[in-house]
Design a protein around this ligand. Sequence first.
Ligand code: SF4
Length: 382
Amino acid sequence: MARQLIVLWAASSPIHTATGRFRPPPGAIDVDDAEPLGTIAAADELGYYDPIRIRVRDCRRGGVDDRVMTRSRVTVLMANPRGFCAGVERAIQIVETALNQFGAPVYVRHEIVHNRHVVEELEGKGAVFVDCLDEVPDGARVIFSAHGVSNAVFREAERRHLPFIDATCPLVTKVHREAQRHHAAGREVVLIGHADHPEVVGTMGQLPRGAILLVESATQAEDVAPRQPDELAYVTQTTLSVDDTVAIVSILKRRFPKILGPRKDDICYATTNRQEAVKRIAPRCDVMLVVGAPNSSNARRLVEVARHAGCRQAMLVEGAADLDWPAPEPVRRIGLAAGASAPEIKVQEVVAALGERFDTAIEESLGPSETVRFSLPRALNA
Ligand code: SF4
């Protein structure tokens, strides 16, 4: 029979257990109003992971023992590469340089990159983020985000004589050029991507309305009905799942053997490398945490990739504040990855929070080093 005991804890010190934030068992008591609670078995099942002194009273003997429960040992596998890509670094640098060169405020149409931390930091330096050009006062300088914009936005900025700086990632611009080239050659264009993502809106806006057919899934690839099946080309969003895109492209090629496209797809080096990095570690992890914003396509794909690679529990976290999650038991390895717009400071915040909850050993996984760099627009180099 389990011994009766009393567990006292400081209500001001939240205790994390294997199953999440500590919740007292039936009969548990606060240290301030000491009354009996559960059993030793119950206390052991709770799995105290913080180095907190727990007072245990054996009710049969009436004594009080103090014992220190230790945290479980967890290896944190760090995905490599992770975090900022060259396009994101360039976009942030464009806003910072514009602020230095022209002074605040500088208007930015749409989040410059999909990350709240980045946006708030730039706001602190004088950037003003807006959803559309209507919100930009006459004569004010405006920057277009890394995701790219449609031609209509350029035309509107010119009509209003707004001095603008284009922070579109050069790898997105490359996709715009491909779509324009195919259209000029008389081909109908299929864009593989996610509706409503700003990059897709921008790419579709490179051609006249109706010139691009959007395909979001393998099912849609089976159903799409182009007007010119023999004069067809495809381009892709840069931040898609590599594996899903291979499947969609192979369906299009089977249905439309003459379709033209890039050698493989337009998924950028950063997206590909981060997905490979997750695939390398996910099968060994009990939990995979991906640092990134909920509206970051790149980061959300990493969560899917981790799940497909066999990780039991993969989730998106914006930072340490999101770490109140129920970990599966036992947790031995936690993978940590970051989308292309997630700053390393948020990753290290998560590392620190894990260190508070577990006895952590940090292991950097090996991955390719990235040397891609993009220069700033001429207007800022002058
Ligand atoms: S994720 Fe790729 S396409 Fe997007 S900004 Fe980064 S490098 Fe450019």
